[in-house]
Write a protein that binds this ligand. Structure first.
Ligand code: ARG
Length: 463
């Protein structure tokens, strides 16, 4: 197979070495971006008088045809080539003759691959952000519906205070919103053109780097040729954001898994989003949520891999850097399918609101409210805390809840604090009341939740 570098060699590459060295089995995914970059490069070479315009025309026409033939499936990408760059150049020369060999003037595969990944990743980030937007929209829609569905809030996975399902989902909304914004930030550093960095030391040709960058929609060009070919920070950033995003989804998945269990029994996943067991006929398993939780390890692995690959590399390009792609591609594929499935899984799951409510009624979720009640009547909060602790202890022994005790019971239990307990106590301890009262900014009260939901709806609309 024709090599781009055969000249100084007397022998063919060993076949296993070829297999080990080549990247075409995976970098073929970049063919569209590779060809796009080449077309603009050729156009610029003509503009700068480095190529004749008829040479440029032939090259661009040839590249266009190759692109069409690959996307129509007429031209199969052949794994005997070393990489996508060699393949495209060889096909171009086959098609238009030796003039095709002029395309690589003033360019190296080192700046070419850096360009290809940036172009590719830019599109993929935007595609992921579109999916994130749908996800965020779904969360807002569900939250708007669920402002009066009460659910225990937990700390240490022990029932703590009642919140609403809306409030709970909105916590995930904000995690995912930050991930969206992190991708915006990542895009700023992805969207810089490295073309013109050459192999490492730029080039003696009078290239117009800014022209290429502008034509390809980049915001700017890299300012150091060594860095231009050896920087993969934007991939690390992407994988770090992806890791954060999947960590968030893994936490949500963990809750979905718990909530689906008979022990919680808060939700039932739709049949289309769960699976069964080959031996236990009764089983319905939350496999999708479990797999999302499981995929976390895989994406973290890709992040650690690229960090480790780069850590000892001297400037500039080193072949180790070819290892930057498979983990990136796998992360993108994994995220995209998850982001497509997840909102649908949430939309279709059945909410068992009565069970959620029942769970709020047991476990003294209003204990803090009783302490606040007493404090509001003038008792120092510390004393109030102590008294309520005693009341809780008493109720545990009698298998009662705080709201089951009458005012008389409280008076009997705490004769020296009688004046702090009065008839308004019952209402104070009701679940709705405990939630509605928490109406400061960021609180779970329905009215405050709705304010936040509407603000976020507007934010989303303006994206
Ligand atoms: N396949 C290579 C990569 O993915 C392309 C750049 C090759 N450059 C080189 N000098 N061997 O990194």
């Amino acid at each position: 197979m024709m090599k781009l570098w055969g000249g100084r060699f007397n022998k063919e590459t060993d076949s296993l070495v070829h297999q080990f060295n080549s990247s075409i089995s995976f970098d073929q995914r970049l063919y569209h971006y590779d060809i796009l970059g080449s077309m603009v490069h050729a156009e610029m070479l003509v503009k700068q008088g480095i190529l004749e315009s008829d040479e440029g025309d032939k090259i661009i026409k040839g590249l266009k045809e190759i692109e069409e033939e690959i996307s129509d499936g007429k031209l199969k990408i052949d794994n005997t080539y070393e990489d996508i760059h060699s393949f495209v150049e060889a096909k171009l020369i086959e098609k238009i003759g030796p003039v095709g060999g002029k395309l690589h003037t003033g360019r190296s595969r080192n700046d070419q691959i850096a360009l290809d990944i940036r172009l590719y990743l830019r599109d993929e980030i935007k595609a992921i952000q579109e999916l994130q937007k749908c996800f965020l929209e779904t969360l807002l829609e569900l939250a708007e519906k669920y402002t009066d569905i009460y659910i225990p809030g937990y700390t240490h996975l022990q029932r703590a205070q009642a919140v609403t399902l809306a409030h709970h989902l909105m916590a995930y909304y904000f995690m995912l919103k930050r991930d969206y914004q992190r991708f915006d930030d990542n895009l700023e550093r992805v969207n810089v053109s490295p073309l013109g960095s050459g192999a490492l030391a730029a080039t003696t040709y009078p290239l117009d780097r800014e022209y290429v960058a502008e034509k390809l929609g980049f915001d700017s060009v890299t300012q150091n040729s060594l860095d231009g070919v050896s920087d993969r920070d934007f991939i690390i950033e992407f994988l770090a954001i992806a890791s954060t995003l999947i960590m968030h989804l893994s936490r949500l998945s963990e809750e979905i898994i718990l909530w689906s269990s008979a022990e919680f029994d808060f939700i039932e996943l739709d049949d289309a989003y769960s699976t069964g067991s080959s031996i236990m006929p009764q089983k319905k398993n939350p496999d999708i949520a479990e797999l999302v939780r499981g995929k976390c390890g895989r994406i973290y692995g890709h992040l650690i891999q690229i960090l480790t690959t780069l850590k000892g590399l001297p400037l500039a390009y080193n072949k180790d850097m070819q290892e930057d792609k498979e983990g990136l591609f796998d992360t993108i594929d994994t995220l995209k399918i998850i982001l497509k499935i997840y909102p649908e899984m949430l939309k279709t799951m059945k909410i068992k609101k009565d069970n959620m409510y029942k769970a709020c009624q047991k476990g003294f979720l209003n204990a803090t409210d009783l302490a606040d009640y007493l404090a509001q009547k003038g008792l120092p909060f510390r004393n109030a805390h102590e008294i309520v602790g005693k009341a809780v202890r008493y109720c545990i022994d009698k298998n009662l809840e705080l709201e089951d005790l009458s005012i008389e019971n409280y008076h009997d239990l705490f004769p020296e604090f009688k004046e702090f307990f009065s008839d308004d106590l019952k209402e104070f301890l009701s679940i709705k009341y405990t939630v509605d009262k928490r109406n400061i900014t960021g609180g779970p009260a329905a009215e405050e939740s709705l304010r936040v939901i509407y603000t976020e709806k507007n934010w989303l609309k303006e994206l």
